[in-house]
Design a binder for this molecule. Structure first.
Ligand SMILES: [Zn+2]
Length: 741
């Protein structure tokens, strides 16, 4: 029902629309807001985005680079020219730059890896190769190691379990892992825990290269020389400056000694191309890999260890550099102390056309249009803050330090944080806090897909409806709203959501402009405008999506937070972890029974080295009742509250109610943080300790089960239930406030 008004108004000029006014979450007068949004849309220009992207991607612009500083000036100047109050806020952080990178195969044959990416014809930017930071993993430790090589597939926990069954111990070895299936920083973390002394990571052409599609410059996929750079900082512990956990990296903050910084890797790690990986993999002996471990190279993949023996030498220049965030404010005309925040980073690993400039130019378009509206007499009612973050790539550093510096102010004033981090074409990816689920559904219904003419929400529904995932199809039919993806990590929303408890969202378009330019030499203007979003058509669509979200948040009478959708998602997560416990129990019982029966000995070829799995600890029955009860209470309160939020309130009541609404996400955090990582305070969403970017919902409970810490599970259930109970009490207070009036 909610969507009816805004959908019909454009289509049915006769009849309905003439008399009925539109309904919009949080607005008494939706027609005025719709008119504002229409005026906003007409001010967005794809030519602006193309021009800005041209300038901002002219040269490589990593954190601390000359072009990076020029970009800061360019962005700040643009915001100033539109009438914003602009601050360039600086932080002093530790960042390693590569000095020496050497990789050679010593036995049974010899080969020296080139470690360079080819200049390609038709891409002028790739000819500036020597200005790009060479391929490296930021926050790898320095070191020189020589050892036998072992192939570990994707280097995730289940891969090591299988290696163990082959009798392969990686202690004292160098491992080579494929990119994918986990965030890259997990690979050296896990390898070091298993005793390895070095890690190589490469993109296999089976995943990203000629087996996936035509390679650059013929197509968008990774050519033989392309290498994905990227940070390997242990961000699931804490992101931001490695020397100042939880504190801003400014003068006066006590810093850790570099050798005490827990988020720097324990072993050296280097990313390489598949051209450099192939001779190393071809030189491996030992068992042939299981079928699901095979990649797309024209070789037979073996596990090792050896006889391939490699030497890896890495040395970095550990510099203290100044990083610069551009923060631009448009003060709210009625509620200047309520801040709607909108951000995208500005640093790249290279020319950064897709990541991050395609998202940044969308943000700049929004800001220019909002300023235009404001100057034409339609200023935002709340303060809107646009931020271009520095040093996101090495570890969400600019945004994290800024949040740590302004934590108290943000706790008081931050209504919402809307993030983007690049764009492409296709359909929307909608991630965010579930108190915003109905809101973002309305927003996605109000934006038209440029290729099909239907709303971007309808396009996404069609993609899910015709997709392979039967569970997702059934789920789509079972509820009114599209689900928001829960947020893990990997971009600048993390400090806002998971440290400060600010309701957040992460938006992008994608699904059609695929390819392997990510963090390579080839993330250039040329690549982007050929393969990802020619003409910046979806750049404007992203501006509409994020811009309308920002405008509605800035102008709403009653802030459009709602709670029934959150409850529904929490129910799903509880079902998932209950099922997870059952699955683990059944699997453990099955393995243990088969071990006792001796059937593995009969089934496995005695000539092969694949041994039986390890005996599993029995999985006890956990007491999920505290969570079930907490959710039942929350359901009742949320339903009542959502219904009463539409009532008429006086201006004074509005301020009090809105304050409670936007601070509601804070109640889902706990000052104790999560086990072993107190920087992460949110009790519903966290990046996985052993998956990295991938989200773990209800992380205390889920990760205790996954890590087989069975004696902890009931304790974690109780702690999570206590957070939910406090949240319920908070909503009950709010419901009473509404009932009193
Ligand atoms: Zn990015």
């Amino acid at each position: 029902m909610r969507f009816l008004g805004s959908c019909l108004i454009g289509l049915l000029v006769v009849g309905l629309a003439a008399s009925a006014s539109a309904a919009m979450l949080g607005f008494r007068d939706a027609d005025t807001q719709l008119a504002t949004e229409q005026a906003f849309k007409t001010r967005l220009r794809s030519e602006d985005q193309a021009n800005w992207a041209r300038s901002l991607t002219a040269r490589p612009h990593h954190a601390g680079s000359p072009q990076g500083q020029a970009n800061v000036a360019f962005i700040a100047q643009a915001f100033e020219s539109w009438g914003f109050e602009v601050d360039v806020e600086t932080f002093d952080i530790l960042l390693p730059f590569p000095l020496e990178r050497e990789l050679e195969l010593l036995a049974p044959t010899s080969f020296t890896a080139s470690l360079i990416e080819d200049i390609v014809t038709g891409d002028e930017s790739s000819a500036q190769r020597d200005e790009v930071l060479p391929p490296y993993n930021a926050f790898s430790i320095d070191g020189e190691v020589t050892a036998e090589l072992v192939f570990v597939n994707y280097g995730i926990p289940e891969d090591y379990e299988l290696l163990e069954r082959y009798g392969i111990d990686v202690t004292g070895k160098i491992v080579i892992a494929k990119y994918g299936r986990s965030w890259r920083g997990i690979k050296p973390k896990l390898a070091a825990e298993k005793g390895a002394i070095g890690t190589l990571i490469y993109s296999d052409p089976g995943d990203d290269g000629y087996a996936a599609g035509d390679v650059y410059p013929d197509g968008p996929w990774k050519n033989a020389s392309g290498v994905q750079r990227g940070s390997v900082m242990d961000m699931p512990l804490y992101p931001g400056d490695v020397l100042t956990p939880g504190k801003p990296a400014i003068k006066g903050t006590r810093r850790l000694k570099q050798d005490q910084a827990p988020t720097i890797t324990k072993i050296p790690v280097l990313p390489i191309s598949y051209r450099d990986a192939q001779p190393l993999l071809a030189a491996l002996g030992g068992e042939v890999v299981p079928p699901e471990w095979r990649g797309g190279l024209p070789i037979t993949y073996h596990l090792g260890p050896g006889p391939a023996r490699v030497r890896l030498k890495l040395e970095f220049d550990w510099q203290r550099i100044e990083i610069r965030n551009v923060v631009a404010r448009w003060p709210g005309s009625e509620f200047p102390d309520e801040w709607v925040l909108r951000g995208n980073h500005h640093d790249g690993w290279n020319h950064g056309a897709a990541d991050p400039i395609s998202g940044l130019v969308a943000l700049m378009s929004e800001a220019k249009a909002l300023a235009g509206l404001a100057k034409a007499g339609q200023p935002p009612r709340r303060t809107v803050v646009y931020a271009a973050w520095d040093a996101e790539e090495p570890g969400l550093i600019g945004s994290t330090e800024w949040v740590e510096k302004h934590l108290k102010t943000l706790d008081e004033k931050a209504v919402v944080y809307v993030n983007t981090d690049g764009n492409s074409r296709g359909f929307p990816s909608l991630g965010g806090s579930h108190t915003l689920e109905p809101f973002f559904n309305e927003v996605a219904n109000a934006v038209t897909d440029p290729q099909t003419g239907v709303s971007v929400a309808e396009r996404l529904r069609a993609v899910i409806s015709t997709g392979e995932d039967a569970e997702r199809r059934a789920d789509l039919e079972s509820r009114e709203d599209l689900r928001l993806n829960p947020l893990g990590s990997g971009s600048d929303y993390t400090p806002f959501l998971q440290h400060a408890g600010i309701a957040s969202a992460n938006l992008a378009f994608g699904g059609e402009g695929n390819g392997g330019s990510y963090h390579t030499l080839y993330d250039t203007y040329e690549h982007y405008t050929r393969f990802r979003d020619p003409g910046f058509v979806y750049g404007v669509t992203l501006s509409e999506l994020a811009g309308i979200a920002t405008l509605r948040m800035a102008n709403a009478d009653v802030l459009p937070f709602r709670f029934s959708g959150l409850v529904d998602n929490l129910q799903t997560y509880l079902e998932e972890i209950t099922e997870l416990a059952e699955t683990e129990r059944a699997a453990a019982e099955r393995v243990n029974t088969l071990l006792v029966s001796g059937k593995y000995e009969l089934a496995l070829d005695p000539q092969k080295t694949l041994g039986p799995p390890r005996a599993q600890p029995p999985v006890p029955h956990f007491n999920f009742a505290p969570l079930q009860n907490a959710l039942a209470d929350l359901t009742a309160v949320a339903t009542q509250l959502d219904a009463s939020l539409d009532s008429n309130l006086t201006p004074t009541e509005l301020v009090a109610v809105n304050r409670m609404l936007f601070r509601s996400e804070r109640q889902l955090t706990s000052v104790d943080g999560l086990p072993g990582r107190d920087w992460y305070t949110h009790q519903i969403y966290a990046p996985g300790f052993y998956t990295g970017y991938g989200v773990k919902t209800l992380p205390r409970v889920r990760e205790a089960i996954e890590a087989q810490l069975y004696e902890d599970v009931d304790i974690q259930i109780a702690k999570t239930a206590a957070t939910l109970a406090e949240f319920t009490n908070y909503l009950r207070d709010l419901a009473e406030l509404l009932a009193e009036k």
